[in-house]
Structure formats: structure tokens, C-alpha cells
Design a protein around this ligand. Structure first.
Ligand code: SF4
Length: 230
């Protein structure tokens, strides 16, 4: 057998869930630069970009938002936009008409209920068209500075493999991860749930991928029980 990097099946698996505090500090060293990858200059742009990121990638969203924000730079402009014109701009993301309707409805909601401002309030955000718990957490975490876990597919997968959850719904995953961090955490800054979530996403994209996790090259391998990994 080759003496190269060991396969995941060759490595011992810790019994029980990975220690969240140690995972957080390793990820902090590994992905110190983690931040939201959606380009934005204010809370409105971050909210719109996050809504647009459903069922597409951040990279693709960043390709359409410069024109979108240049033509409709604030909720008042977007609320009054021609739906066909917005559809044309967001069409490269797929479901152009649906996305355009959603954005215009979102802008109208911001204007009618919040004077055109993005509210720093979970329930108020979730009441806006197209905004769910994850989007509200992204905006309140990345823009307003709250410690909030935004659970996407990468966070859900990592949380399962690290033994932090067996849940499959984002809300249950979030509850389990928050409970694990509270149980294991030291309160260090890297355990801020917003930044921990961003680092889990980066780790999921770069190392712990859905189809072929690179456990042999993973900085968490001695901590991770690798639940569900062959
Ligand atoms: S790559 Fe492997 S060791 Fe690393 S977090 Fe994923 S499952 Fe765990």
C-alpha cells in the first residue's frame, strides 16, 4: 500500500460528537478570512442578494447584482420597477420572472412596513415576501452583528458528519448546533455562531464536500466521528 495520505477508512474515529470549541478554533485558524461572499454595500443589498441566492450560487448572484443595484439602488426604486425589466436582469439565475416578482414584493414590503429601511428584527424580516429564517439570520448576523447560525446545505451536512445532529430540517439542525456550541464552547470570539456558520460553509465547499469528503486532508479528522461517511 502507498505511504501517501491515509484514506478516511484508515483513520481512527473518535467516539461521540466532535468538540465544538476545538472545531471552532481549528476552523478559525483555517478559514480566518470567512465572510459572506455576496457582494453588498448596505443592508438592503445584502438582503436582496441573499434572497436571490436561493437555488443558485453566490458567484452567479454577484454577476447580476451590479446591474440590479445600479438600476434600482434602493427599496423605493425597486418597488416601482417594471417586472419585465427586473426579470431580464435576473434571468441568468433561472426562474427570472419568479425572482423578479419576489424582489419587487420584498421592496414594496420594506417601503410599506419599514419606511424603506431593513429592520433588525427577526419576525419583521421573516414577514417580508421571500424572506425565511436563514435569510434573516444572514442579514442580522453579517450586517447587524448578531450571533446567529444560518443553516444551509453545507452547515447541515457538516453538523451531521461532526456528530452534532441527526436532524434533517434546518430549524432542528440549528437548535442542535447551538446546543452543542453552548455545551462545549468557551465563549471565544471564534464561536460566534455567524462566523462559525460561514467557516463551516467554506469547509464544506473546500474539504468536506457532499460526495467526496477529503478526510485524509482535513484539519478536523482527529475530532470528527465522520457520521455517515464511508
Ligand atoms: S472531511 Fe471528513 S474529517 Fe473533515 S469534517 Fe468532513 S467528515 Fe469530518
Amino acid at each position: 500500500m502507498s505511504m501517501s495520505t491515509p484514506r478516511s477508512t484508515d483513520l481512527p474515529r473518535p467516539a461521540g460528537p466532535a468538540d465544538a470549541s476545538r472545531v471552532a478554533s481549528r476552523l478559525a485558524a483555517l478559514h480566518a478570512e470567512a465572510r459572506t461572499e455576496l457582494d453588498h454595500r448596505d443592508a438592503f443589498e445584502l438582503l436582496v442578494a441573499t434572497v436571490l441566492s436561493a437555488q443558485t450560487t453566490d458567484v452567479r448572484v454577484n454577476q447580476v447584482t451590479p446591474e440590479l443595484f445600479s438600476r434600482w439602488p434602493d427599496p423605493a426604486a425597486l418597488a416601482a420597477a417594471d417586472e419585465g425589466a427586473v426579470t431580464e436582469v435576473v434571468r441568468p439565475l433561472g426562474m427570472g420572472a419568479t425572482r423578479a416578482r419576489r424582489l419587487i414584493g420584498l421592496a414594496q414590503g420594506l417601503l410599506a412596513r419599514h419606511g424603506g429601511e431593513v429592520p433588525d428584527d427577526q419576525a419583521a424580516l421573516e414577514a417580508l415576501p421571500g424572506v425565511g429564517r436563514k435569510t434573516a439570520h444572514v442579514v442580522r448576523g453579517a450586517w447587524f452583528g448578531h450571533s446567529l447560525l444560518a443553516v444551509d446545505t453545507h452547515v447541515g451536512r457538516l453538523a451531521q458528519r461532526l456528530g452534532w445532529t441527526t436532524a434533517t430540517t434546518p430549524r432542528r439542525v440549528e437548535e442542535d448546533v447551538v446546543a452543542r456550541v453552548e455545551a462545549d464552547g468557551t465563549g471565544a470570539p471564534e464561536e460566534d455562531l455567524t462566523i462559525l456558520g460561514l467557516r463551516l460553509i467554506l469547509h464544506g465547499r473546500r474539504v468536506c464536500t457532499a460526495r467526496a469528503p477529503r478526510c485524509g486532508q482535513c484539519a478536523l479528522v482527529d475530532l470528527c466521528p465522520r457520521e455517515g461517511v464511508a
